[in-house]
Design a protein around this ligand. Sequence first.
Ligand code: NAP
Length: 487
Amino acid sequence: MQRDPVAKLLLFGATGDLAKRMLLPSLYGLHADALLPAGLAIVGSARQPLDDAGYRDFARKALDEFLPADRKQEEAITDFLQRLTYQPADLSDEATFQPLADKVGDVSGGLAIFLSTAPFLFEPAVRGLHKVGLAGSTVRIGLEKPLGYDLASSREINDTVAAVFPEDRIFRIDHYLGKETVQNILTLRFGNSFFEPVWNARGIDNVQITIAETVGLEDRAGYYESAGALRDMMTNHILQLLALVAMEPPARYEPSAIRDEKAKVFRSLRLMTAEDVKATTVTGQYIGGAVKGEIVKGYDEELGKESDVETFVAVKAHVDNWRWQGVPFYLRTGKRMTTRRSEIAIQFKPVPHSMFVGRGGLLQPNTLVIRLQPEEYVQLLVMAKEPGLDRDGVRLREVPLNLSLDAEFKGARRRIAYERLLLDLIEGDQTLFVRRDEVEAQWTWTDAIRAGWAANGVRPKSYPAGTWGPSAAIALTERDGVTWQDD
Ligand code: NAP
């Protein structure tokens, strides 16, 4: 992959929560490891009336608060802050853009723009940037999620951006793709010979993908009320994980080869009818309960009013192609769950015949667990014989073959997803960014589910905070004789 680094980075939303917690610490991390282009100048922008010195103070405080202690090196921080300048700008005001262009200056050496702002500002931003010459052939643009709330709004955003930037200069973020373990799914599948022969409907019984959070609404009421669990987590992160599990082997590790295969998976997702959603989806909303011993309020109480927004969703999905015919993909995500966890569990088919039955030995089907959060590991659950003389029968037990990425690569620094993604944006590698056709196929699938909910008047079922969601979510898999991988 030919790297094509830019000379400047323009960061909108430079005073926001994401900038403080993730973007500034990530840029610093890259700087400290000498991974940023030597002369890379970073211009921050938001409405707040700061000057360069004021923004450097702001950034220093953010680094103080959010950098782990072992990453804080005074000399590197001082050096990093020198890269930063600031230009106040209100993206909804056309007059804002000329002073911004003056501040950014010459972009012939390449400019990467990162829009870490609410999506309703994407359109005026892109139009304004174009008008003042900040959208030419040397400029690329990164967009934070959410990219719309349905297919129509996502097309509108995509059309607006496409009017100014061609697809090969648009970088749509799904920060899950920046996670090391997520990229490891590709290595696991395509860097080892033994999984691929059974990685299909003949070898795999079902796939489960869980993203469970323990947090509640936090201070995201405005956004979450217009999104809900299906659109906030499942449409993007969970479907991206599903695509990496289900895709055909790409011929090369390069942007179009990988994204072509993912897009094919999204296009093969079975679109649900209004009838389907009744049996294949479950929605929930948390009521008061206890999470890790702490008493917490219900969603309505946190919000201060009644709401029909789902804070939990479970879906039985299907990828309708040759490889995955008949294999259910059970997907679920929710807030205020028992524990924080992102995990993929691939359950293989049972052995065709057990020779242990006559001796009392019971077999479990093998399961491959890919844990993404909070720990990072891959575990293959295999059957083993318990030691003993077996005079009362053979005792068999499921034991884990462990690959702990945390332990195995202890010396290597674990980078946060945004370090990887910002560096790829700066260097122009689109592999881990989401292409337009992927986003639109994801929304097509989601819209069908939401239309089904609307047609059936589906309202979320209550579940106490600190549980794995409504009991109907358990029934969703148990009906098929499958149990969620919850340990
Ligand atoms: P935030 O804390 O509300 O920050 C928004 C930023 O945009 C601030 O810097 C704000 O500064 C600036 N801004 C607001 N209105 C503006 C305007 N009219 N013109 C120019 N700048 C404006 O939001 P955030 O949490 O950082 O999130 C930023 C984006 O990332 C959002 O699209 C969000 O959905 C997405 N995202 C965030 C997270 C997260 O963990 N925080 C995770 C995933 C995705 P001023 O008020 O000073 O203008």
